[in-house]
Design a protein around this ligand. Structure first.
Ligand SMILES: Cc1ncc(COP(=O)(O)O)c(C=O)c1O
Length: 380
């Protein structure tokens, strides 16, 4: 569990760039923080695989008794490869084909998104949680906010009475990158009340804990204080589904500086782009940038990728000490919704992934080749 400093130069030399690098120590440490928040309660952590699906990282979590929150057959396979238990299947668009696959492969818990979906599960004995929409504003980016009445997720809490006897528990997830405790307190209090009213003893609290991309993040001490108060009135089993909180700060996108382009505006052009990390282009998300070998004065600049898109940015209007061509740069807090949202846009192969543990750097996903990229094409 030692926190060893990552030698990014060594990673680049061994495996090239762009490469995602994960610090195993940080992942273990973050799991410890979640545990501390719920200490004293009967609870299980289910890592949300949508944040990161690398089975090597998942195995590290499984070794710490972390289960899985999955939303697709692909994620189910990754969770099984890693040996994660229990596995919860979540999602608002489950299909009959997926249902057959899940039943064949095995899973432990279901989150049901609508009263209509309940029908699909009449013939199975898998414990079912109903996702409730608590009508709480998570005060996060609109694209990652999920707990208001007009969002597509969950069943109106007022509808619960109609179906309470057909379910085994409740589920709530108000959004992602949530940085204040109040929306959680509002949602959790409503759910605890509903569980008491309908005699339900399993409550899945979702994920969404906000991390420190830019100075604002969820205060876990305050969460601890709030959970001990709110759940003192709850008699049963808690589940919690963090994704970003566990792997986000543990991951770095390592890139090479291709050139520094000077003009009216200064651009640091790197070999990593929106195909590798789409969050800045998609959500205007902020990631800190670390220039590993600064060689020039600090100036305002954009850090951009090599793709044919103006939006292909890793950072905009940052004050950074200028690097030289060929040196390295690191995008921080890239361990969640980084690789898992990467694409082949501009026919760019997916980046490599490396874990840094006690024994140093180990390649955990090969860089995709151009051949891999076209391997499923039928035709020329
Ligand atoms: C139902 C559900 N649970 C958990 C998560 C994980 O969220 P986060 O990575 O912000 O913790 C998400 C993310 O969208 C989700 O939709």
């Amino acid at each position: 569990m030692r926190n060893m400093k990552i030698d990014f130069g060594l990673v680049a030399k061994l495996f090239g760039t762009p490469t995602y690098v994960y610090d195993a120590f940080t992942i273990r440490e973050r799991i410890g923080v979640v545990r501390k928040v719920f200490k004293g309660f009967d609870f299980t952590i289910l890592f949300a695989l949508k944040a990161n699906n690398n089975p090597v990282l998942l195995r590290l979590m499984a070794d710490m008794d972390v289960g899985a929150d999955v939303v697709s057959p692909g994620e189910l396979v990754a969770s099984h490869r890693a040996g994660m238990r229990p596995v919860l299947w979540n999602g608002n668009g489950k299909t009959e084909e997926q249902k057959c696959f899940f039943l064949e492969q095995g899973f432990d818990l279901l989150s049901i998104d609508s009263i209509e979906e309940l029908e699909m599960w009449q013939d199975t004995a898998i414990p079912r949680l109903l996702r409730v929409n608590p009508n709480v504003d998570a005060r996060t980016h609109p694209h990652i906010s999920t707990g208001l009445k007009h969002h597509k997720f969950g069943v109106d809490i007022e509808e619960l009475e109609k179906v309470a006897e057909k379910i085994d528990g409740l589920h709530v997830h108000i959004g992602s990158q949530v940085t204040s405790v109040e929306p959680y307190e509002a949602a959790y209090s409503r759910l605890v009340r509903a569980c008491r009213e309908f005699g339900l003893h399993t409550l899945d609290l979702g994920g969404g804990w906000g991390i420190d991309y830019n100075g604002e993040y969820l205060d876990t001490d305050k969460m601890r204080e709030m959970t001990s108060r709110v759940f003192s009135r709850f008699d049963g089993k808690l589940l919690i589904e963090p994704g970003r909180f566990i792997t986000g700060p543990a991951g770095f996108l390592l890139a090479k500086v291709l050139r520094v382009k000077k003009g009216e505006k200064t651009f640091i052009v790197t070999d990593a782009g929106m195909n590798d990390l789409i969050r800045p282009a998609l959500y205007n998300a902020h990631h800190r940038i670390r220039i590993l070998e600064p060689a020039g004065p600090a100036v305002s600049c954009d850090v951009v990728g090599p793709l044919c898109e103006t939006g292909d940015k890793l950072a905009a209007d940052r004050i950074l000490e200028l690097p030289t061509a060929g040196s390295l740069l690191v995008v921080e807090d890239a361990g969640a919704y980084g690789f898992s949202m990467a694409s082949n846009y501009n026919s760019m192969p997916l980046p490599a992934e490396v874990i840094w543990d006690d024994s140093g750097p180990v390649l955990i996903r090969k860089r995709q080749t151009i051949e891999d990229m076209y391997s499923n094409v039928i035709g020329p």
